[in-house]
Write a protein that binds this ligand. Sequence first.
Ligand code: AMP
Ligand code: ZN
Length: 468
Amino acid sequence: MPKKFLIYNTLSGRIEEFVPLKEGVVKMYTCGPTVYDYAHIGNFRSYIAEDLLKRFLRFLGYKVIHTMNITDVDDKTITGARTQGTSLKEFTAKYEKAFFEDIDKLRISKADYYPRATENIDGMIKIIQGLLDKGYAYEKEGSIYYRISSFPEYGKLSKIKKEDLKKGIRIESDEYEKENARDFSLWKAKKPGEPFWKAPFGEGRPGWHIECSTMSMKYFGPTLDIHAGGVDNIFPHHENEIAQSEAYTGKPFVRYWFHIQHLIVNGEKMSKSKGNFYTLRDLLSMGFSPRAIRYLLLSAHYRKILNFTFDALYQAAASLKRITDFLFELETKEFDEGKTGEAEKMVRETRKKFTDSLADDLNISSAMGAIFNLIHWGNKALEEGKLKKEDTRKIKSMFYEFDRVLAVLPEQIIEELPEEIMELIKKREEARKNMDFATSDAIRDELFKRGIILEDTKEGTRWKMIKK
Ligand code: AMP
Ligand code: ZN
């Protein structure tokens, strides 16, 4: 039995104990990118929070099956392809590729399935036909709409006011506000110049919401354990997904709805339409490391708004460096054989605090607090020469265990230096031996320019990377 895990469920509006439908197995669906542009770091905040959830569930011993859709046909992709004068496929393929490159850089673990909307049109047609047959949907001028008044529970996720429902009035676009809750389109009648598919109810293309209902049920059946996305997805997207799926199957669609608060800039949601966004590529070209960006997006609780500033990003890089510097010391200093009771106790307590914190609705601040508390203690113990070899082994292995959840440590704490730099370090050591301090200082300056700091110790010269 995995540890008790508490998680906030948007549907109930409460923190609940997580219990999957099938013991030990989690069916998890997350709303994926609409591939019409490079994803911005607001999007990545959501994907990274979902990654934290997934990695933590695995850390607790669950088998997680994860599906993330790729929206490659919708209002935005069609407009984008038309503006660039390319085919929809060519247009979306470019951004899909960029998306996979970006998530690799950010160490977002891969989903088990990435279905594309355009490859699941048959499934969508089947569900739309089912909704028509059962009277939940109707046709109007070649398009098919969902009749929200036919589903009495409409609004249960977003807690929409019943009086705000505009019954019998339709909306064409996929995105709209709560005040505008109307019958939404499941299938949009063919328009000149737009891609279309054949269906028994006419030629056209799917609406955005039916895509996710179809692709989640394809992999998981009528009921899944977790469905996730940013809070902007609660309405209308996820509300509509519930209405479509539950009307079609007659079964509960999702057990736990997990929503991530926004990344904002100067009080406004980071978004393409507002133009206040940074892509991952923007930040990498400014010299920030993907690990620092991941750390920043990860280190705020997923239900709290996170304000993006460059100061915060520098701070994230500094916090990360505090961790890697500590591990570097453990890796490179000489220690006496043996172990100490105090270190063992610290490791045990840190592991417990880290796990308990994350099991409490992913309380990341408290989990990171436990880590920095250990580092604070560890640095002091290092200074006082109190640590033994076995202690350092235990501490290091705890950090790597935590990194299965956090994924922020570099692959190697001691990175391999290029040969020419190793040569320079050797030359400098020789110069020092020969009391040629002019040469040795010149080499030190040269290495510093390349981001390497040298430290002369009793055991010889040690080096540190400062750029990463
Ligand atoms: P989209 O490609 O627009 O469908 O968005 C992909 C994911 O990113 C969805 O889960 C959105 O809810 C999420 N998202 C969009 N903007 C932000 C933001 N500023 N902060 C956090 N998540 C966001
Ligand atoms: Zn979706």
